[in-house]
Design a protein around this ligand. Structure first.
Ligand code: Q9C
Ligand code: ZN
Length: 690
């Protein structure tokens, strides 16, 4: 029962109660949904010292009035009474009238405790008393319909809780709830309860097998997108087959769930956390590892201020579920960085399913309307460079303004690094044009300009000119800013100086305070690897963007277009580059420059400098490449720890979008450095490197 003393430590609620073990199969027969499931989980957590690091809570029975928000009085009455003596002779027969249900003397109490427990921890998370929580409950809930027990589920614990937060505790400010149902079965009950309700976004990823996998109804199809006001707020990702594993789930997270979650911006996330998609589960036939579950969870922690509640649903291999819950608990406790890697490629069917889902939902979620820039490859990956095909293809109806389209073709020259880095190659599109990207328009222009911070507006501590003092100091120092990505195209870069927006870019830039043009432009190559990472940017939509490996490597070279600008301007470029991405877009500048005069000396000495004030940004690492005309040459890129995260899959990696790609080629060609063919070859190379 020890609460963490360190106020900075994350407060994670953990609920377990032995009374929920009293619900058991009366025949004494072996049943997959048995009391040992939650005992095994609890024992594992205890053996690893997890409870001592959490806020341990015990179960509470749910009140009927809360259950009544999703269940009929008839159903509540049945579950309330089914364990009483007067049902002794009829219990088994009644159970047999339901689909996959048993009842015994302990069922009523367990059902009330399971529902009450999820309510209990969720209320604490919503209040902020806890950061997140895990409710180790049974019986599970997500198959339970309003008037029907089903699929081992008596009350729909998660649905009851969602309604409780929305209707009974409005003062807690929970207006939008994301339910993520990663149980291997479709959460039919939850779907039905919120089908017309936009306050609950229900997302379920489940085996469907074209309608033959339990619960084997069409409800689990990707066509079920919600109705009325709830249209667009029901998302099903129906696997066509078993064998789905970490790579498939992570692909769906990166390409469906996370873009939608980002736009929906939930106030809390409830996870219907079944672990029957785990490797070795006897019912699921899938192969998600504990590492996979921990990644799925970690990727959700960036939303809803980390307010996440996991409620156990299914999961029938005792060791698998215990290991998986342990991995999740560690993530919530923010124990230490994840270690592990994703061993397989997404299945070919996963690619197809994602396309179908995105197609179905793209009018509701513009972030999904972009064609996936690259195809997720099936298991036998062949590395292949990307080739720009600048002659317009008549097959492509969605070419960009230049009529350019991208062709991707296979070769077999590049060594394989980390598996997730291979999510960026398209095998079927060999020799064919891929339609070009749309720019997502999920935010209104008003929101966009609010989020694109005006560099001038960020600076208090003003002197008489209305400018902070550091600006006048840094405006007298010049540096070379070495650009290696889209800023190599001068009109693109000038937005960061003069303000405005260039075609193909979905972003209005405030520019620098000092809008004077660069005093010089020269090109250079540096011995660093260019690569593409991340998967979505505000400016370019879907697709990765260019980074330079922070460490030098004599065997490679990267082109850099260097602009001679003032250190004040460089600070404004840094600020804008790091504000592109909404989750990292918090303004940091305030009264002090991001990179001061004294920092120049430090970076010249150490060759690189991690800016603490930008550590949430994508380009927090300043690199130094010597001098030109006695002025330092600087650029910005990711940190070394982010390189590790790209490799582990903790951060997404993705090839460039068409528009982004074209801009790089344009920069290199218009800068008269290399021919178009050479530029294409150069980017091909980078697109298959990490
Ligand atoms: N032939 C949960 O995971 N299977 N429920 C019945 C009948 C029922 C699973 C098979 C599976 C229910 C919460
Ligand atoms: Zn299940």
């Amino acid at each position: 029962m020890a609460a963490p003393e360190d106020p900075h430590r994350r407060r994670v609620g953990l609920l377990y109660d032995e009374r929920m073990c009293r619900h058991a199969n009366p025949e004494g027969e072996i049943h997959p949904e048995n009391p040992d499931r939650i005992r095994a989980i609890w024992q594992k957590l205890e053996s690893k010292g997890i409870p001592q690091r959490c806020v341990v809570l015990s179960a509470k029975e749910a009140e009927d009035k809360y259950i009544a928000s999703v269940h009929t009085q008839r159903h509540i009455k049945l579950i309330k009474n089914i364990s009483s003596k007067k049902f002794n002779s009829r219990r088994v027969r009644i159970a047999s009238e339901f689909n996959s249900i048993y009842f015994n003397e302990g069922s009523s109490e367990a059902a009330y405790l399971a529902a009450g427990s999820v309510i209990e921890v969720s209320e604490k998370v919503a209040k902020g008393d806890l950061d997140s929580a895990i409710a180790i409950v049974r019986p599970p809930g997500h198959h339970a319909e309003s008037d029907e027990a089903m699929g081992f589920c008596l009350f729909n614990n998660v649905a009851i809780t969602a309604n409780f937060l929305l209707n009974e505790r409005p003062e807690l400010g929970i207006r939008k709830i994301l339910i993520v149902d990663w149980d291997v079965h479709h959460g039919n009950g939850t779907q039905n309860m919120f089908y017309k309700d936009p306050r609950v976004l229900f997302f379920s990823v489940h085996r469907f097998d074209f309608g033959s996998f339990y619960p084997a109804s069409d409800d689990g199809s990707y066509c079920m997108i919600g109705e009325g006001l709830g249209a667009g707020y029901n998302i099903n990702v129906p696997w066509e087959q078993g064998q789905c594993g970490d790579a498939d789930y992570v692909a769906v997270w990166d390409h469906v769930l996370l873009p939608v979650a980002e736009s929906y911006n939930p106030d809390i996330i409830l996870i219907s956390a079944g672990f029957d998609a785990a490797v070795d589960d006897p019912l699921g036939g899938c192969c998600v590892t504990p590492y996979g579950y921990s990644l799925m969870l970690k990727k959700l922690m960036g939303f809803a201020q980390g307010k996440i509640v996991m409620a156990l649903e299914g999961g029938y291999n005792l060791k698998s579920i215990a290991d998986s819950v342990l991995a999740c608990a560690k993530v919530l406790l923010e124990e230490d960085p994840l270690v592990g890697s994703i061993k397989a490629q997404p299945l070919e069917s996963t690619w197809r399913v994602m396309q179908e889902v995105r197609q179905e939902l793209k009018t509701f979620w513009p972030a999904l309307s972009v064609e996936l820039p690259q195809k997720v490859l099936v298991s036998n990956w062949r590395p292949c460079p990307v080739e720009l095909n600048l002659s317009a293809s008549s097959e492509s109806t969605m070419e960009n303004d230049e009529g350019a389209s991208i062709t991707i073709c296979a070769t077999n020259s590049v060594e394989i690094i980390e598996p997730l880095s291979k999510l960026n190659i398209d095998e079927d599109n060999h020799g064919k044009a891929i339609t070009s990207d749309h720019i997502p328009t999920e935010k209104s222009p008003v929101v966009l300009s609010e989020e694109c911070h005006n560099a001038q507006a960020l600076m208090p501590d003003k002197n008489v000119d209305g400018c902070p003092r550091w600006r006048s100091v840094l405006s007298k120092t010049e540096v070379w800013y070495g650009s290696y990505g889209s800023n190599m195209w001068k009109p693109g870069f000038l937005c960061y100086i003069k303000g405005g927006k260039v075609e193909g870019v979905n972003e209005l830039c405030p520019g620098s305070r000092d809008k004077s043009s660069p005093k010089g432009v020269i090109w250079k190559t540096v011995p660093h690897q260019l690569f593409f990472a991340r998967s979505l940017t505000r400016a370019w939509g879907k697709g990765g963007v260019a980074f330079l490996h922070p460490e030098s490597n004599k065997n490679v070279k990267a082109y850099m277009c260097m602009y001679r600008i003032t250190l004040e301007q460089f600070n404004d470029v840094l600020l804008q580059e790091n504000s592109l991405h909404q989750e990292n877009g918090k303004s940091q500048g305030a009264g002090a420059p991001l990179l001061d005069l004294s920092d120049i000396g430090v970076v010249a000495e150490n060759k690189s400098l991690l800016l603490e004030s930008l550590k949430a940004g994508w380009y927090s690492n300043i690199l130094y490449f010597g001098e030109e005309d006695n002025l330092p040459i600087l650029t910005m890129t990711c940190s070394c720890s982010e390189i590790d995260q790209f490799r582990s899959g903790e951060l997404p990696v993705s090839g460039p979008s068409n528009d982004y790609m074209n801009t790089l080629v344009r920069g290199l060609v218009e800068g008269k450095q290399i021919t178009r063919e050479e530029a294409i070859a150069y980017i091909n190379d980078a697109a298959t490197s990490r």
